[in-house]
Write a new protein. Structure first.
Length: 315
């Protein structure tokens, strides 16, 4: 046998070549100055690089190396010394994977680092003089991510080692009609306590803020609450009089309600009256919606249950 599968002989210990370098004192001084300056520059660059690297959050930090391998997980195994041993395996219900050459290996309950050590020990004990092994969980079959609420297909999806929030929502069929302003990512922190992360949906999905596209972890729950609409009633000279439902998160106003009712008719006057009942007391608020539309007057915010009446013009 040869290569990594055979006993390796002693490595030849070569001696470094020794030579003499003759230079004048002035030249030597310039050379020393040059190397001193160069080393200082390299040191500064190294510090800056370390600072930059330290400021960038690692995406893979979400998947702790302490996460345990379980049944139905999919793992990627790589052995540097022999590509033929590289494999993607699904953990069986009894916690085993099957690898080329060595057959079945029990990995259930092990962390990724522990699984690497077990496979390395088997390979070096039976087949190879050295084995550099990496094990990575590609998909968590027994620790799915749950997406609930206002999505087309709520339920569980397989957690992969690089899944993001948008990818999870997409796998759940995308947002459904009636979603609210905020979604919540619920997870168990490293201290064992529950954590809740609030995400503005429009900032994530419409504005595309990359900072909100969180990397997900096994057993995360994404809750996208349905928004309870606000109902107001629009009567009088509008195209479609009757109840109108508006999104609370959009802070509905008088102009939005009139527009949702189809807009004013040709006989409509400039004035609209909002009847509001607060704590049993009735209040009438009058507004010139034409001035609101022109921007000369501020729009009037509405409350749930407001009744709007658009008067008929006397002309």
């Amino acid at each position: 046998m040869s290569g990594v599968y055979a006993d390796a002989g002693p490595i030849a210990q070569g001696k470094p070549a020794v030579g003499r370098c003759l230079r004048f004192p002035e030249t030597a001084a310039r050379g020393a100055s040059f190397w001193t300056t160069s080393m200082k520059r390299l040191f500064i660059v190294a510090l800056v690089a370390l600072g930059i690297a330290g400021s960038v959050p690692a995406q893979e930090s979400t998947f702790s190396s302490d996460v345990r391998i379980g049944p139905r997980d999919i793992v990627d195994i790589k052995v540097v010394q022999d590509d033929k041993l590289n494999t993607r395996a699904t953990v069986s219900d009894d916690g085993q994977i099957t690898m080329p050459l060595i057959g079945k290996v029990d990995v259930s309950g092990l962390s990724q680092r522990q699984a690497e050590g077990r496979i390395k020990t088997i390979l070096e004990g039976r087949y190879m003089t050295r084995a550099d092994v990496s094990v990575q969980i590609a998909e968590f079959g027994n620790k799915p991510i749950s997406v609930v609420g206002a999505v087309t297909h709520p339920g569980s999806i397989g957690a992969t080692n690089n899944m993001t929030l948008i990818q999870a929502i997409t796998q759940a069929g995308g947002l459904a009609a009636g979603y609210g302003k905020t979604l919540y990512v619920l997870r168990t922190g490293s201290n064992g306590l529950s954590e809740q992360i609030s995400i503005d949906i429009d900032d994530l999905m419409v504005s595309g803020n990359p900072d909100l596209n969180l990397p997900l972890a096994p057993n995360d729950v994404i809750n996208i609450p349905m928004e309870v609409p606000m109902t107001v009633y629009v009567f009088g000279e509008v195209t479609h009089p009757g109840p109108v439902q508006l999104k609370r998160s959009q802070n509905p106003t008088l102009l939005q309600a009139i527009a949702a009712a189809g807009g004013p008719t040709d006989r409509a006057s400039r004035t609209a009256t909002i009847k509001r009942v607060t704590n049993g007391k009735s209040q009438n608020i009058k507004a010139n919606y034409r001035k609101l539309a022109e921007g000369t007057d501020p729009d009037v915010p509405l409350q749930d249950g407001d009744t709007i009446y658009v008067k008929e013009s006397i002309l």
